[in-house]
Design a protein around this ligand. Structure first.
Ligand code: HEM
Length: 408
């Protein structure tokens, strides 16, 4: 039985997941926090568990509710967000947010994402080297979601600092994350209050306006909604850009195929490629917490009521019973119903925005810095130690210096 959740495991968890899929596909383990949970690793079981309504997202079904979920969300009064609730409350909130956070709003945001991407690359293009996590993958989703929500430009660097604190403390003591959560909550509550007086075109104003048969979000629900959009949307997208770029740099033939397709002005390989990068080394290693509301069976394994269940998306998406050559990166893969965005009623609400950011970021990097290469030995790279997310701490790169696109 391989050691789970060690530092070596963090750098390459896939052999351990292959072992679990084969020998203990639904496996009870003690997490580093001391909480006991079931890990579900086969694709068919994972997909079924993600859609099983007997698995609740509400921590009241767990014997130790304060020990799971996002640190600090309880004390900050942020428990009623989408990832902590079940139908009918979930159905109601998801319907309201979907009226404001529409694919159309995301599509209209494409030029802004391109501008942010170019501005960030301008910041290091002349230097010939960069840390792609800190200088690119991290700020891009933060500035993008702040812009979309309508956070004023002068406050966005505060957000960047709070988000940075959340990530730095992600694998460590829960207190560090809890402090940032409290600051973000306080800021959002005040901003939403101000926007009510002066509605604009931004997403927060859209959420305040959203109405379904006369029903609206309460002020507390609007705060929790903005919080979950931020929380669910930033570290995930950082890791899509970070893990995705890293996978391309480690698979030069695939990267060359993508570069020639981009040079020919095609977008097909970029689109299937982003999905494959999500499958191959996706940002969300484990789906968020679920709790058995009743005794049930997953993959033949009885699970008692009250037990937490964690669906291991990273293991399911490399299951050889579902994907041909699962450990091979194939950007043109067609039959690719990966679980990187989840499945069922909690399927990622931000998938269109994540796709837009991921596609823009990778296409622009490979086009503007065509000879991009790793600036460190892969063995020296360190992965973050958190439970749910999978991402690099740093990604040093080198390239031929070039002029900034917009001047500075
Ligand atoms: C590549 C980037 C992203 C990935 C891989 C990703 C992945 C996921 C996954 C796996 C879930 C389901 C969790 C579960 O069932 O336990 C989820 C839910 C969610 N995601 Fe994303 N996400 C990404 C980006 C975003 C963005 C940019 C936003 C918003 C700005 C966002 C907002 C949400 C929300 C609000 C939920 C909860 C939906 C619900 O419970 O109904 N995500 N995401």
């Amino acid at each position: 039985m391989p050691a789970l959740f060690s530092w070596e495991f963090a750098s390459d968890p896939y052999p351990a997941y292959a072992w679990l899929r084969e020998h203990a596909p639904v496996h009870r383990t003690t997490l580093p926090s001391g909480v006991e949970a079931w890990l579900v690793t086969r694709y068919a079981d994972a997909r079924q568990a993600l859609a099983d309504q007997r698995l609740s997202k509400n921590p009241v079904h767990h014997a130790e509710p304060g020990k799971t979920g996002i640190p600090g969300e309880r004390s900050a009064g942020l428990m009623t967000h989408l990832l902590n609730i079940d139908p009918p409350d979930h159905t109601r909130l998801r319907r309201l947010v979907s009226k404001a956070f529409t694919p159309r709003r995301v599509a209209a945001f494409a030029p802004r994402v391109q501008e942010l991407t170019d501005r960030l690359i301008d910041g290091f293009a002349e230097r010939g080297s960069a840390d792609l996590i800190h200088e690119f993958a991290f700020p891009l989703p933060i500035y993008a979601i702040c812009d979309m929500l309508g956070v004023p430009a002068e406050d966005q660097d505060d957000f960047r600092d709070w988000a940075g604190m959340m990530i730095r403390h992600g694998g460590g003591p829960r207190g560090g994350v809890a402090r940032s959560v409290k600051k973000i909550r306080g800021y959002l509550a005040e901003l939403i209050h101000r926007k009510r007086e002066d509605l604009g075109d931004d997403l927060i104003s859209g959420l305040i306006r959203a109405s379904d048969h006369g029903d609206h979000l309460t002020e507390a629900e609007a705060v929790a909604m903005c919080f979950v959009l931020l929380f669910a949307g930033f570290e995930t997208t950082i890791n899509l850009i970070g893990n995705g770029t890293y996978a391309l740099l480690r698979n030069p033939e695939q990267r060359a195929l993508l570069q020639s397709s981009l040079a020919a002005g095609e977008t097909g390989l970029l689109e299937t490629g982003i999905e494959e990068l999500l499958r191959y080394d996706g940002p969300v290693e484990l789906a968020t917490w679920r709790y058995a509301t009743t005794g049930l069976t997953i993959g033949g394994q009885p699970i008692p009521a009250g037990d937490p269940v964690l669906v291991v998306l990273a293991a399911a998406d490399r299951d050889p019973d579902r994907f041909g050559a699962p450990d091979t990166l194939d950007l043109a893969r067609r039959d690719n119903q990966h679980l990187g965005y989840g499945h069922g009623i909690h399927y990622c609400l931000g998938a269109p925005l994540a796709r837009l950011e991921g596609q823009t970021a990778l296409a622009t990097l490979l086009t503007r810095l065509p000879d991009l290469r790793l600036g460190a030995d892969p063995d020296e790279l360190r992965w973050r130690g958190g439970l749910i997310m999978r991402g690099l701490r740093t990604l040093p790169v080198e390239f031929t210096p070039s002029a900034p696109r917009h001047g500075r």
